[in-house]
Ligand binder design. Structure first.
Ligand code: NAP
Ligand code: G4F
Length: 323
């Protein structure tokens, strides 16, 4: 039985990846950190699965990571844990650096010292392209991060490449563009809009307050993207890949389509601008070129932009009707 160790198992991607690997017959170990209340909402369907084991630790605590790797001796390690909210990275830049940047080195050290045969996946991000140097962005596009989060991810990306080249580890970096789902945190713009529009439709809320509607993102479906992570670790050679849909849409388009999906005819009547949600430095346009992932991994997205908005709004309508 293959063994996988996932950091960030309680997050959006970690929970989908754990389900995907359990379905494939893996024994899955998930790192969870101590919190005053348990945060197992996204893994509630699998938490009692006989092939899932939760392991206590934190990206800031080297011993907990090295101990876990030594004990488990995993075939595959997926480092998905991070302070992942861009806006919060201006409010907590040092903590973001500790988790999202140095946390990667701690994981790599744990593998190097504890079980160097493990294959390592690093959750890199399209935020590294920031003020984009070319359109669309591919594996060779230079980075120009625009937030403490983006800067931390650039560090995580290069330390992964460096450990591959220095210590011959099977370490790969997946440069994933935005991917969403009904399990997205409520603070991210897609889930925030989908949830607010459902609540407005049901008469529970009047407006949705947003920042910059002009920002454009390449949005895909999270379930498709965890499959790409796994495919990267099944290759003969470690390499880095862009994972994206190749299409870009504005926050405004997301809002308009969400209203349409809920049967709200005038999107402007339910929207207010709130400068609180504007960012000190914005990433205006992201659009990825997934040619390499399609060709070498045989990966392709199964849900388009319209389908994604629809599935997110429908999930929120169902949840809000029940609550
Ligand atoms: P998420 O939902 O915010 O999940 C983050 C996970 O990291 C949670 O399980 C969280 O645990 C854990 N975590 C945070 N700090 C930790 C620490 N110090 N020690 C241990 N665990 C810690 O993020 P996601 O959307 O699933 O994204 C997964 C990864 O992909 C992240 O690294 C993110 O930066 C990256 N990424 C995401 C996207 C995207 O569009 N979703 C795109 C590119 C890259 P708690 O539950 O305890 O908070
Ligand atoms: O949903 P967002 O917060 O995601 P963002 O900043 O693109 O980051 C996400 O994707 C990255 C991949 O590129 C990941 F690495 C990262 O971990 C995270 O998952 O914001 C998207 C856009 C931004 O341009 C923001 O300015 O939406 C704009 N926006 C407008 N109003 C808003 C809002 N964003 C949020 N969160 N809330 C608003 O009210």
């Amino acid at each position: 039985m293959k063994k996988a160790f996932i950091t960030g198992i309680t997050g959006q991607d970690g929970s989908y990846l754990a389900e995907f690997l359990l379905d494939k017959g893996y024994k899955v170990y998930g790192l969870t950190r101590r919190t005053s209340t348990q945060n197992f909402e996204r893994i509630k369907q699998i938490v009692h699965h006989p092939n899932l084991q939760l392991v206590s630790g934190d990206l800031i605590d080297q011993h907990s990571l090295t101990y876990a790797i030594k004990q488990i001796r995993p075939d595959e390690v997926y480092n998905l844990a991070a302070q992942s909210f861009v806006q919060a990275s201006w409010e907590q830049p040092v903590l973001t650096g500790e988790f999202t940047a140095l946390g990667v080195t701690r994981m790599l050290e744990a593998i190097r010292l504890g079980y160097p045969k493990a294959k390592f996946y690093q959750a890199s991000s399209s935020e590294m392209f920031g003020k984009v140097r070319e359109v669309p962005q591919k594996e060779t596009t230079p980075f120009y991060p625009r937030s403490p989060y983006g800067v931390a991810k650039v560090y995580g990306h290069w330390i992964t490449v460096n450990y591959r080249e220095s210590f011959n580890l099977f370490a790969v970096s997946g440069i994933l563009f935005n991917h969403e789902s009904p399990r997205r945190g409520l603070e991210f713009v897609t889930r925030k809009i989908a949830n607010a529009i459902a609540r407005i439709k049901l008469g529970k809320q009047k407006y949705v307050e947003l920042g910059n509607l002009d920002a454009k993102r390449d949005w895909g479906y999270a379930k498709d993207y965890v499959q790409a992570m796994w495919l990267m670790l099944q290759q003969d050679e470690p390499d880095d890949y862009v994972v994206a849909t190749g299409e870009t849409h504005s926050v405004r388009e997301f809002l308009q389509l969400a209203c349409q999906a809920a049967g709200i005819s005038d999107w402007q009547s339910v929207y207010k601008h709130n400068p609180k949600f504007d960012r000190p430095a914005e990433v205006d346009l992201l659009v990825g070129d997934p040619t390499k992932a399609k060709k070498k991994l045989g990966w392709k997205p199964s849900v388009d932009f319209e389908g994604l908005v629809k599935l997110m709004v429908e999930a929120e309508l169902e949840m809000e009707r029940e609550s």
